[in-house]
Ligand binder design. Structure first.
Ligand SMILES: Nc1nc2c(ncn2[C@@H]2O[C@H](COP(=O)(O)OP(=O)(O)OP(=O)(O)O)[C@@H](O)[C@H]2O)c(=O)[nH]1
Ligand SMILES: [Mg+2]
Length: 360
């Protein structure tokens, strides 16, 4: 017997424990999550229903699957962890963002948006859930704006597609359009989203019915694909060939006598793909021209559906660039024109995140 009170046989116990523990085999910590998907959207869009649909996909897998709920870092966000084939998917179910007029006080509205912002910052890929039965509203616009500012890969997920299609056909009852096809309705909705949220015009759109799990697997595959896209590296040779082509197609318009010149381009980071353009005079490359470059990059480089960060630097800043982010003037443009992200590019990051590789 062992008695803690008088120390009887404690040494034997310690030996027995030591003999049974091989510290080399013990996991030092939980494995790093491979893909973190934030599900955000306005209230009642179907976020939790989608998370449950994802869980059903993973549970139906004949192979061993672990589904566990881990309380999120904020009170009302939940990290749900899935594992399959040694790969980990963490889905953050975020509390819905409400309209201001639904708020009891202004503070509550602020906190629901604040929690969504936090989930977006943590995510590798954002699934922005849109209620297909309603027009876009203020929470959608605020969320989309923030996602763009953070340069996050985003999939626009139109949910409740079952209801949306039924409603659209009902409205058209008695008109030649009453049997409008699913494809046509999707095209119309996609067009509507990209017109209303031009800063996310590059984002792919998925149409799902979360309650039936319909098209949910395809949405997950797309999220995975966006993650890979955002983590690609383009060699300097290829990049400079592309930038030459773009510059030859169109040069920035400048006052007479000033000659804009591009010295060279190089990709300095992934997620978001970050491209530095060294030029003779950054003043000659305005936001409009930067937007043009980013859009052409999206056509000519394999970054078609993800945000791209462009930095313009002068020739004297080349030294600085070798110690990324150490200073220097920089300008940047996203698709909708030069919004600055909340954090400076080249900010120090946790090593674990930079080293993460996209999974297969
Ligand atoms: N017909 C239909 N109903 C849906 C679908 N997805 C969700 N719903 C319903 O929409 C309602 C809201 O779903 P939730 O999953 O709770 O929405 P949520 O976004 O998590 O809501 P909050 O967390 O409060 O922001 C529920 O009644 C769901 O059954 C869908 O694809 N089709
Ligand atoms: Mg919910």
């Amino acid at each position: 017997g062992v008695s803690a009170l008088n120390g009887r046989n404690i040494d034997q116990l310690v030996q027995a424990i030591a003999a049974n523990i091989d510290l080399d085999k013990a996991p030092a910590q939980l494995p790093e999550p491979q893909l973190l998907v934030a599900i955000v959207g306005k209230r009642n869009a179907g976020k939790s229903t989608l998370v449950n649909a994802i869980a059903r996909i993973y549970e139906d897998d004949p192979q061993r699957v672990i589904v566990s709920e881990v309380p999120g870092t904020t009170r009302d966000s939940i990290d749900v962890r899935f594992e399959k084939d040694g790969k980990t998917l963490v889905v953050i179910d975020t509390a819905g963002v409400r309209k201001k007029r639904q708020m009891v006080t202004h503070d509550l509205e602020f906190y629901s948006f604040h929690r969504a912002q936090r989930s977006i910052r943590r995510a590798d890929v954002v699934m922005m859930l849109i209620d297909g039965t309603e027009p876009l509203s203020e929470p959608d616009r605020k969320l989309s704006q923030y996602i763009a500012e953070q340069f996050k890969p985003v999939l626009l997920v139109v949910n409740k597609w079952d209801l949306s299609v039924a409603k659209a056909r009902q409205i058209r009852a008695g008109t030649p359009d009453e049997n409008i096809s699913d494809e046509k309705l999707m095209q119309e909705f996609e067009q509507y989203l990209h017109t209303e949220m031009p800063h996310l015009s590059f984002a792919p759109v998925a149409f799902v019915t979360a309650t039936e799990g319909k098209n949910v697997q395809a949405a997950l595959d797309m999220a995975q694909h966006l993650f890979k896209q955002a983590n690609q590296r383009i060699g300097t040779g290829r990049l400079n060939a592309v930038i030459k082509q773009i510059f030859e197609q169109r040069m920035p318009s400048t006052p007479r006598g000033q000659r804009p010149k591009i010295l060279y381009a190089t990709q300095v980071d992934v997620a978001p793909p970050t491209i530095v353009l060294f030029v003779n005079d950054p003043e000659l490359f305005d936001a409009n021209y930067q937007r043009f470059i980013v859009n052409r990059f999206r056509e000519l480089l394999p970054f078609g559906q993800v945000p791209i960060r462009l930095l313009i630097r002068g020739r004297d800043e080349r030294q600085i660039e070798s110690q990324r982010g150490a200073g220097g003037q920089e300008s940047q443009a996203s698709a909708d024109g030069g919004q600055r992200p909340a954090e400076a590019p080249g900010r120090p990051r946790r090593a674990s995140r930079t080293q993460r590789k996209p999974q297969q």
